[in-house]
Design a protein around this ligand. Sequence first.
Ligand SMILES: NC(=O)c1ccc[n+]([C@@H]2O[C@H](COP(=O)([O-])OP(=O)(O)OC[C@H]3O[C@@H](n4cnc5c(N)ncnc54)[C@H](OP(=O)(O)O)[C@@H]3O)[C@@H](O)[C@H]2O)c1
Length: 329
Amino acid sequence: MAHTFNALRLLAGDPAPVRSISELTTEDLSPGDVLIEVAYSSINYKDALASRGLNGIIRNWPRIGGIDLTGTVLESADARWRAGDEVVVHGFGIGVDHDGGHAQRARVSGDWCMRIPNGFSLFDAAVLGAAGYTAGYSLHLMELNGLAPEQGPVLVTGATGGVASVAIDMLTRRGYKVTAMSGKPEAMPYLQSLGASEVIGRIDAQAKPKPLEKGQWAGAVDSVGGDTLAWLTRTMLPGGVIAAFGNAGGAELNTTVLPFILRGVSLLGINANSPMPLREVVWQKMANEYRPAHLAQIAHVIGLEELPEWLDRTLEGKVRGRTVIDMRR
Ligand SMILES: NC(=O)c1ccc[n+]([C@@H]2O[C@H](COP(=O)([O-])OP(=O)(O)OC[C@H]3O[C@@H](n4cnc5c(N)ncnc54)[C@H](OP(=O)(O)O)[C@@H]3O)[C@@H](O)[C@H]2O)c1
């Protein structure tokens, strides 16, 4: 049976896509064997870029953006899923080359759905979403590579961002001493309330940096890339581990091999579009030993009508924490 629903649809346009909140039917959606009533989606930085046609993220139009969603299964042709199941979906191309979460309905493959771990509501799982998963996966991989609270402080860059806010919360919960690096001095009380014991400003890029500086960090969770990531390689303690997933400040990396061969620093690449077995491990950790304590505080909740404005705010760097879209508003 075809359902009607509202969505923010991105239509082909020059120079940028046209964004239109329109009434669609489920027949307009990309194909899939599971139909979901979307409860919540969110804005990730990638969604903001995609909604302006930047970085070639979306290549086929029209498209519904939104790289994550939580909701309830309405219909399923996949025996693993039944009407009423609560699921979280992120990555696997949703919001990029398959219609995504910025709509009241989504149709996806049953292979992409994950049951929401016990103890998380649809809202909690949406505040986490792709960003929270990235933070959780970073922590998981850093610990597999030897990070532990007794080894020293962990620096979180781009600290007011979505991934970083959740990372600060989880690291604190896990017993780490966290330093937050932010370009927003006014956000210090927010960052301290998530658990940061120290807040520092962004780095000053040096023309000719020394290959090694005083070692300060046992771990680093990096949203920023570019000169900030290069500086991190120079300021890690011996055996330090860096989780690099972002390029909010630049995609280039100019460093030397010395941090790696003299201090044994590890640079861990994070691609959050993980296979399902790894997602299940990380989500279980997020629901238990990494469980964040400040999800409601990290979230700013909006309705679908406000989504275009908040996508732009995200691109302009005017957003703090996670923007969650309540599809029932
Ligand atoms: N590899 C993956 O799978 C993956 C997954 C998720 C996200 N990402 C990437 O990770 C990054 C963070 O994502 P997000 O969703 O958390 O984004 P976000 O909410 O927009 O946060 C990014 C933060 O970076 C800082 N920042 C922005 N522009 C900067 C600049 N020019 N120089 C230095 N710092 C700057 C800001 O924090 P302050 O103002 O506090 O400094 C901002 O809040 C993005 O690049 C995103 O594309 C990658």
